[in-house]
Ligand binder design. Structure first.
Ligand code: FHN
Length: 436
């Protein structure tokens, strides 16, 4: 009887004891520096690429089409991206005004897009192509000065040791047994490869924790491992909750921070960490042949600007085709966004959201002694904004520099707006008297 009571108490109290003992996480100086860089960078390319692209449905095809593991393995033998050109991807991203690339090193189907020594379910061992695409992308990023992040799925529909299973992966045909801790060890081993073999990795973008919310993921062990290997690496996890100890940035899926129109952010209170909003250019993340829900460039530019107004980055996704090319619709849209960032980028890069919180007419961003008023949804030729906390020296339309009238009243500051050019964002630059 005593032993039953003791073991019951242990199982009940253990999680609390473990949590209670966790030492506080103190980010290293290089991590804090990367957080500043990240918030200045504002705009990144998300890449969902894997063997699922061969089927041209979406990245969840193994689950949605209930494809068992043995059958799905054949798909890898069809994956041969001979037209993949990492340099071309990086130049496309840079041309759009993006400062970093976050690519899926492993998605839920467990397939490693890199040369992993811990499984043969990877691009080197299982495809005709046989080359490590992450290595090529890392080199191209270094060459063109873009930073690299790796998306890594904690959820895995392939590994037998991902057991007990979660609410997905039930069609994979794996044996009804496995060793969960061995799976965590496997993950840590692969993360060690990613943080050892590809040079500086600015961030890890975890996803899939939500498949087994009650499981002991040994998160802190994994986070500490990453920070030991590269202290500057920023960890973020798309668990749709408030940040956990050891994390360095917080992402929101298909929503601005604090919003929940897409249904992923119900429990996600906005924390104090750098923020990022991830969005698709059409409907799906992975390549989808029939997916024509293309978002216009202007809509995506306004999303980028709104995110900056919410003090958040914007991570815009492409799902490359199985031949390694980015589909022309996405290339064209990224080109159009690049035309805007080329001329207006100054009003978002290096800024922080505010000082005026997001409004129905738009948002503001600021840096040094300048506030950028981004008029996104307002057709009038004047706009009343709350008074700023420093005297205004000059108001101009940005980037053409045409001087604009303004009047400070007790109700707010009335700005004379330039005529709308029909563009996605009328940017007003308000320069305050520099405090000496
Ligand atoms: O299931 C994934 C999905 O495939 C995709 O990776 C997105 C990206 O944010 N995250 C998950 C859905 O929440």
């Amino acid at each position: 009887m005593k032993t039953i009571l003791r073991s019951l108490l242990m199982t009940l109290l253990l999680p609390f004891a473990a949590a209670a003992e966790e030492p506080p996480y103190t980010p290293a100086p290089e991590n804090l520096a990367n957080r500043e860089w990240f918030q200045d960078a504002k705009f990144g390319l998300f890449v969902h690429w894997g063997v699922y692209s061969v089927l041209g449905v979406e990245e969840w095809v193994m689950q949605k089409n209930e494809i068992d593991k043995a059958t799905y393995e054949k798909v890898a033998s069809f994956f041969n991206p001979v037209e993949f050109d990492a340099d071309e991807w990086v130049r496309m991203a840079k041309g759009a005004g993006m400062q970093y690339i976050t690519i899926t090193s492993k998605h839920h189907d467990g397939f490693a897009m890199f040369d992993s020594k811990h499984t043969d379910w990877d691009i080197v061992d299982r495809t005709v192509y046989g080359k490590d695409v992450l290595a090529q992308l890392a080199e191209a990023c270094r060459k063109h000065g873009l930073r690299l992040f790796f998306y890594y799925s904690q959820l895995d529909w392939y590994q037998d040791d991902y057991y007990p299973r979660g609410w997905t992966g039930q069609f994979s045909g794996r044996p009804d047994q496995g060793d969960w801790d061995a799976y965590i060890d496997f993950m840590n081993a692969q993360l060690t490869e990613l943080l050892t073999n590809y040079g500086p990795v600015t961030g890890i973008w975890f996803d899939g924790w939500w498949d087994r919310k009650e499981a002991n993921w040994r998160l802190r062990e994994t986070y500490d491992l990453i920070h030991r290997l590269q202290p500057g690496t920023m960890i973020g996890s798309n668990h749709h909750l408030a940040p956990k100890p050891g994390e360095d940035f917080q992402m929101f899926e298909k929503d601005l921070p604090g919003h929940n129109t897409a249904g992923f952010s119900g429990e996600a209170s906005v924390g104090q960490l750098p923020l990022e909003t991830a969005e698709t250019m059409a409907r799906f993340w992975g390549f989808s042949l029939q997916d024509k829900a293309y978002k216009p460039a202007d809509e995506l530019i306004r999303y980028l600007v709104r995110a900056a107004g919410y003090n958040s980055n914007f991570l815009l996704n492409v799902g490359p085709m199985p031949n390694g090319k980015i589909q022309p619709e996405f290339v064209a849209t990224l080109g159009a966004i690049g035309d805007w960032t080329e001329r207006h980028g100054e009003s978002i890069y290096g800024t922080r959201g505010g000082p005026i919180p997001p409004q129905n007419w738009g948002v503001t961003t600021h840096k040094d002694d300048r506030v950028f008023v981004h008029v996104l949804d307002w057709q009038q030729d004047t706009l009343l904004i709350p008074n700023l906390d420093r005297p205004i020296q000059r108001v101009r339309s940005f980037p053409d520099g045409a001087a604009l009238d303004w009047e400070v009243t007790e109700f707010g500051t009335l700005l004379r707006l330039p005529p709308s050019s029909g563009g996605p964002d009328r940017v007003i630059e308000v320069t305050s008297v520099t405090e000496r």
